[in-house]
Design a protein around this ligand. Sequence first.
Ligand SMILES: [Cu+2]
Length: 165
Amino acid sequence: MKFVLKIFICLVSFTMLGAIHAADVKVGEIMITDPYIRALPASSQVTSGYLELHNEGHDTDHLLSAQSRQASRIEIHEMRMEGEVMRMRLLPDGLELPKGETVSLKPGGYHLMIFDPANPLLPGETFPIELQFAKTGTISIDFEIKDIDNKKKDDSDAGHHHHKH
Ligand SMILES: [Cu+2]
């Protein structure tokens, strides 16, 4: 089953709060907005990645997996409340991307779990991740490294600190 993937990349930069924001990227029918990972101290062995995926096509697509040449592995995770406990779990089948809808990977919800990222993760630099989609194929994205803990001290994503593998 071979096919030639025609890639149309549309770069749209825009400003937010006066700063240059990460570019949107469109490949096939998938629009990717604001891809970033969490900057962490050099001793950290795991961090998380976030982005928005908008499926502009007429069919459901799936984010199946992700990897990076700068990490030992990447998993697709879900974080949610079970009773009063915030829990995180691996989504072995990835994420469904219904047609016409936006699926957000964000702190406290879906995220990419990045194991053994190459250090240091310096804010303002980028981190390459390849995303595999069922229909769209592979998309390579440079995720911006952001020091989000400095901006949101009481981030509800703190459950990551208890995450062990
Ligand atoms: Cu996780």
